[in-house]
Design a protein around this ligand. Structure first.
Ligand code: ZN
Ligand code: ZN
Length: 549
């Protein structure tokens, strides 16, 4: 019996080896003969789907119009989970999985093991590179599934992966675990930095880029509108009470004098279109510095433009500032594509453009227009909940934390008191229903053990991981935000304004066309490996995008 098993085992082993060898050979030949030289994945932070049609008439031919007119556009593309933030968005785009699988349940979450907040890419075990500060102590350690970039690196030793972003999480989650390098912007110094997870020192091309001082130049300039301001007819008036201002400004209006408002740092350019210009320039330097698109394997460049997010938060979707940021980004992307045409060659590279989430109109603006919206007072709700739990279960601190609209209960305390977590969670969920702005509540118990299948509860379930998520979720009504937005706006909800984002494929082997079929964001990550004949990112459900109407 044992002998037979050994023989069978050996036979199976040989079969597997033979097959892997065959697959690898097939991959090599296929990939070498028929693969793009470079994949460029562009993530525009906080880009709602409606912005392309809204600003269309003011775009030039080489940027968004070129992508839409000559590429394939998925017009009804959505995030399919809560919460819709930058960390989870980049993780879903790159892993093809949702937070319940890739572990990125927020930009930060409450970590019960350290009794404190865990930032999505923070890693105390790595050293900063290009800086002394904690801005460099970042890695993908908290990301629990592989990215398309991980799979590319695993499959082909000839492939290089480089990612750039103003935000650390926009670069790190894109480079994944095996990327050659991720570079992100340190506002304090005006320089791009990395961590020892990727490199031991900044390569010469990054050092040279930093030394040029382009960021500092931008931070000492004045932000004026690209076109004469009266041409911004797609936006509201420039001066509105619910827009944010820079520190020394009296009103949120053009021109914005950056030098007078930057203090001793250079972070201010993130909140202007120049942050995006800087990223595009760094991306071009990366193509040259790393010889991307010239080797035997397919290279990968991840570019995340985040100024759109900072500007969107500060001024809202209908501001002149946001329109100006998109008009300039349109020119910046056009310029980048023209550069790639020259450097890598037309048709030799594949572009995928999408966004990490959308945004809600400024709730005050919604209220003014008699549309549903408002501000939820979470401090009041959590304070009253704490009192309620004391009278209900005893004079203890039952709440450990409140973050991402989730109440984290003291699970140990519940156990020590011989209480059922399910019962306590349900009490909390019922109590929280009374507060203004709350649509519904639900519990970790339900997300752990029920199967919601479809609808909004399923979206929350796809965003839930037992050891990282809270015990009770507060689900706000459409148009509502937490009160910490006295001006500006935010995102994070499962509503269409936060989930509906552009998705365009352009270039190498991409047919021209569009579809209005609903596509979920996690289909992007497996589709790219499928085009490259490499293994699919591991946590994805392996549903592929169809380039057909
Ligand atoms: Zn974002
Ligand atoms: Zn944001």
């Amino acid at each position: 019996m044992k002998l037979i098993r050994t023989i069978c085992g050996t036979f199976l082993m040989l079969m597997i080896l033979a097959q892997t060898g065959w697959t690898q050979k097939k991959n090599e030949s296929k990939a070498a003969a028929d693969a793009p030289k470079l994949v460029v994945k562009i993530v525009v932070d906080q880009m709602r789907h409606d912005y392309i049609p809204l600003y269309w008439d003011k775009f030039e031919e080489d940027g968004f119009k070129r992508l839409v007119n000559r590429g394939f556009s998925f017009e009804n593309n959505h995030f399919n989970y809560f919460p819709t933030f930058t960390g989870p968005g980049h993780a879903a785009i790159y892993t093809g999985a949702t937070p319940s699988v890739n572990g990125v349940v927020g930009n930060a979450w409450y970590d019960r093991s350290i009794d404190g907040s865990m930032y999505v890419v923070s890693d105390s075990t790595v050293s900063p590179v290009g800086t002394e500060s904690d801005a460099g102590k970042m890695s993908p350690r908290n990301l629990l599934s592989t990215t398309v970039t991980d799979e590319l690196k695993s499959a082909s030793s000839n492939s290089k992966v480089i990612t750039v972003s103003s935000k650390d999480r926009g670069a790190v989650l894109a480079a994944g675990h095996l990327g050659d390098a991720a570079y992100w912007y340190e506002g304090e110094s005006g320089k791009f930095v990395s961590s020892s997870w990727y490199v031991s020192e900044l390569p010469e091309w990054v050092q040279r880029f930093n030394e040029k001082g382009l960021a500092k130049e931008f931070a000492n300039s004045t932000w004026e509108t690209l076109l004469p301001i009266e041409q911004y007819t797609e936006s509201s008036a420039d001066d509105r009470s619910y827009e944010g201002t820079f520190e020394n400004e009296e009103a949120p209006v053009f021109p914005h004098d950056l030098a007078a408002n930057r203090g001793n740092e250079y972070g201010i350019i993130n909140s202007t279109p120049f942050g995006n210009t800087l990223i595009a320039e760094l991306a071009k330097s990366a193509v040259e510095g790393e010889d991307l698109g010239t080797g035997d394997g397919t290279d990968f460049l991840g570019v995340s433009f985040s100024s759109t997010d900072y500007v969107g938060h500060k001024y809202g979707p209908h501001s002149v500032e946001l329109q100006d940021t998109y008009l300039r980004l349109d020119r910046t992307i056009g310029d980048l594509l023209n550069y790639l045409d020259k450097q890598v060659g037309k048709g030799n590279y594949l572009v995928v453009l999408t966004s990490d989430h959308g945004v809600v109109d400024v709730p005050q603006e919604l209220i003014n227009k008699n549309l549903p919206g408002g501000y939820f007072d979470s401090d009041k709700a959590v304070d009253e909940l704490a009192e309620f739990l004391k009278t209900e279960f005893g004079d203890e601190d039952w709440i450990e934390n409140y973050t991402n609209q989730q109440v984290y209960l003291d699970r140990d305390l519940i156990d020590q008191n011989g209480l059922s977590k399910q019962v306590v969670q349900q009490k909390v969920a019922d109590f929280l229903l009374q507060f203004e702005g709350v649509k519904s509540t639900n519990t970790a118990h339900n997300y752990q053990y029920k199967n919601y299948g479809a609808g909004q509860e399923a979206m929350y379930q796809r965003g839930f991981m037992y050891d990282r998520s809270g015990d009770v979720y507060i689900q706000l009504k459409s148009g509502w935000l937490d009160t910490d937005y006295p001006t500006g706006t935010s995102h994070g909800s499962p509503y269409n304004y936060d989930t509906h984002v552009p998705l365009i494929f352009y270039g190498w082997n991409v047919p021209q066309g569009e579809t209005s079929r609903k596509t979920p964001i996690p289909q992007i990550a497996p589709t790219i490996p499928n085009m490259l004949y490499i293994p699919l990112s591991r946590g994805s459900e392996a549903n592929l995008l169809q380039f057909a109407a």
